[in-house]
Design a protein around this ligand. Structure first.
Ligand code: UT7
Length: 324
C-alpha cells in the first residue's frame, strides 16, 4: 500500500452536446478555376467537393474554436463553469507558442481550465475525444470541451491545385461528461510514422501530400481499423446507424462505407458527406459533420455512430459513440 489517494473514477462517459462554426465566405469550384488550372467537373468527380468555406485574414483559428466551443456548450445546456478542461485538436496554429486551448478556454469563460492543444492532424478530434473520455473516467476532469479547429488556408499555397481544392477552414466541438451508461466506446488509435513524408510541409511553409499514396492507404487501411473500433465497443456492423469518417475525399468516405457494408453494416446506415459543402477541414471535419447532420435531422439522439479520423503522421483513431 502506497497510501496515495486516487481521484474518484466514473464508469462511463458520453457526448453531452455538439456545435460547429464555419466562416461566411463560400468558395465554389468555379471560383477556384479562375485562379488555377482546374474545373468544377474534375473536383466533383475526383473529390466530391462542390464548395467550401475560407476564413478571411482577420478570422483566426482560435476565433473559430471559440464559436464552435460556445455552441457545443449551449447545445449541451451547460455553462462555461460546468467545464474544467479544454482540448483543442489542430495542426494549423500560426505559431507553436502560445498554445490555442488556453486562449479559447479563457475567451469562452472556462476560467482556470486545464487546457492543451493536441496535434494528430486529421485524426486529432478522435484522439482528443478518446483522451477526454479517459480523463473523465479516471476522475482527472469533470467535463471536457473537445474542439477540432483548423485554418488550413494559412498553410496551403493558394494556387496549388492539388491541395487548394481540398482543404478548407472551420471548427467543430463536443462536450464530454460522465454518464450512467457508456456513450463513448474505447478509442482505437495508432500511427504509421514510416509514412510521415506522405503528408508534410514543403519548404517548412506549404502543405504537400502524395495524394495517390495517401488515397491508397486510406482506402485499404482505415476500414479494418474502423472494424477494430466496433469490436472494441462490442458493436456489430449491423447495429451501426451512422458512419462519420474524416471528410478527406468523398471517394474515400464511400470506400470505407462499402467495406463496412461488406462486413454487415446496413444499406440504410447514414454516411457523412459533409465534405460536399465544407471541404476537408482536418481535425474539424468529424465534429462539424456530426453537428450539421444533427441540425439537418439526419442523426437523432441515441443513434450509434462510428467516428474514424486519419491523416498526416500518418495517424489514425476511431471510436463508437452514442449521438447526443
Ligand atoms: O486529409 C488528410 C488525408 N488526405 C487524404 O486523404 C487525401 C487523399 N488523396 C486524395 O484524396 C486524392 O489523391 C487527391 C484528391 C489529392 C487527388 O486526386 P487523384 O484522383 O489522386 O488525382 P492525381 O493526383 O492522381 O492526379 C490525376 C491527374 C493528374 O494529371 P495527369 O498527370 O494524369 O495528366 C493531375 O495533374 O489530375 C491532375 N490534377 C488535376 N486536374 C484538375 C491534379 N489536381 C487537379 C485539379 N484539377 N485540381
Amino acid at each position: 500500500m502506497t497510501g496515495l489517494r486516487l481521484a474518484p473514477a466514473v464508469q462511463a462517459t458520453r457526448i453531452l452536446g455538439v456545435g460547429s462554426f464555419q466562416p461566411e465566405r463560400v468558395v465554389t469550384n468555379d471560383d477556384l478555376s479562375k485562379i488555377m488550372d482546374t474545373t468544377d467537373e474534375w473536383i466533383r468527380d475526383r473529390v466530391g467537393i462542390v464548395e467550401r468555406r475560407f476564413a478571411d485574414a482577420d478570422l483566426k483559428l482560435v476565433d473559430m474554436a471559440v464559436f464552435a466551443g460556445s455552441k457545443a456548450l449551449a447545445n449541451a445546456g451547460l455553462s462555461p463553469s460546468d467545464v474544467d478542461t479544454v482540448i483543442l485538436a489542430n495542426c494549423t496554429m500560426p505559431t507553436p507558442i502560445p498554445n490555442g486551448a488556453a486562449q479559447v478556454a479563457d475567451r469562452i469563460g472556462v476560467k482556470g481550465a486545464g487546457a492543451f492543444d493536441l496535434n494528430a492532424a486529421c485524426a486529432g478530434f478522435c484522439y482528443a475525444l478518446g483522451t477526454a473520455s479517459d480523463l473523465v473516467r479516471a476522475g482527472s476532469a469533470r467535463r471536457v470541451l473537445v474542439i477540432g479547429a483548423e485554418k488550413l488556408t494559412d498553410w496551403v499555397e493558394p494556387t496549388d491545385r492539388a491541395n487548394a481544392i481540398i482543404f478548407a477552414d472551420g471548427a467543430g466541438a463536443a462536450v464530454v461528461g460522465p454518464a450512467d451508461e457508456p456513450g463513448i466506446g474505447p478509442v482505437v488509435w495508432g500511427s504509421a510514422g514510416d509514412l510521415v513524408d506522405l503528408i508534410s510541409l514543403r519548404d517548412d511553409r506549404w502543405i504537400f501530400q502524395e495524394g495517390q499514396s495517401v488515397f491508397r492507404w486510406a482506402t485499404t487501411q482505415i476500414a479494418p481499423i474502423a472494424q477494430r473500433a466496433l469490436d472494441a465497443a462490442g458493436i456489430a456492423p449491423a447495429e451501426l446507424d451512422v458512419l462519420i469518417p474524416h471528410q478527406a475525399n468523398l471517394r474515400i468516405v464511400e470506400a470505407i462505407a462499402k467495406k463496412l457494408r461488406a462486413n454487415g453494416a446496413r444499406a440504410d446506415m447514414v454516411v457523412a458527406d459533409d465534405i460536399v459543402h465544407s471541404g476537408n477541414t482536418s481535425s474539424a471535419s468529424i465534429p462539424m459533420a456530426m453537428d450539421h447532420m444533427r441540425a439537418a435531422g439526419r442523426i437523432k439522439p441515441g443513434d450509434v455512430a462510428l467516428l474514424i479520423g486519419f491523416g498526416a503522421g500518418l495517424s489514425y483513431a476511431g471510436q463508437v459513440v452514442i449521438c447526443p
